[in-house]
Write a protein that binds this ligand. Structure first.
Ligand SMILES: NC(=O)CC[C@H](N)C(=O)O
Length: 205
């Protein structure tokens, strides 16, 4: 990012999942979005989005493409990150109900339970108030989503399921410049989470 261009460059991890939707949402939110598939591409970004998809598949591809260690290192050095759904799982420090050989990135001090909502409510939508994000409740789309079962001391809860069988479950969190949601704002056209993250990246870039 140069002095005249205030648009931060945000990478979207492009191994699998809904990459295009995040690229479009980031561009619409005012960021310059680029896809990331190779370790060298990590050098050119001010922040990264890890999309929804399948966390164990992404974990395997991260390993196969030699991205796991460089990405974990960049995150440990403070690279801002936003993860939706599978991206939340990958950013977590602890994951329940996953494959024993699945890797995660340890960027967010949370315990998440994968596919937590169970068979009856695997995919659903609801309106959720997100702390720090003004403008009223946000339509939240959940697709075989995780929830957050425990948060470390530095983690702020941004949103919970308001009602129904999973009422009170934590589904949006922030720790410093790392944000995660169990749901998929990239599919609704509501750009507020992407703007929120773009502002976090711009503040540090
Ligand atoms: N929509 C999603 O990203 C689903 C996440 C998926 N269930 C996983 O475990 O990775």
């Amino acid at each position: 990012m140069s002095g005249t261009d205030r648009r931060p460059t945000i990478g979207v991890l492009a191994l699998q999942g809904d990459v295009r939707e995040h690229v479009a949402a980031l561009e619409a939110a005012g960021a310059a979005a680029v896809t990331v598939r190779r370790p060298a591409e990590l050098d050119a970004i001010d922040g990264i989005v890890i999309p929804g998809g399948e966390s164990t598949t992404m974990s395997r591809l991260l390993d196969l493409l030699d991205l796991l260690v460089p990405l974990r290192t960049r995150l440990a050095e403070g690279l801002p990150a936003y993860g939706s759904c599978a991206g939340m799982i990958l950013l977590a420090s602890d994951v329940l109900d996953t494959r024993p050989d699945a890797h995660h990135l340890d960027a967010l001090d949370i315990t998440v339970r994968r596919n937590a909502f169970g068979r009856q409510v695997q995919s659903f939508e609801t309106d959720i108030d997100i702390a720090d994000v003004p403008g009223g409740p946000m339509r939240a789309v959940f697709i075989r989503a995780p929830w957050v079962e425990a948060t470390g001391a530095g983690v702020t809860v941004l949103g919970r399921v308001p009602d129904g069988p999973a009422a009170g479950r934590v589904v949006a969190v922030r720790q410093g410049s790392v944000v995660a949601t169990s749901f998929h704002p990239e599919v609704t056209g509501d750009l507020r989470i992407h703007r929120y993250f773009t502002d976090i990246v711009a503040a540090g870039a």
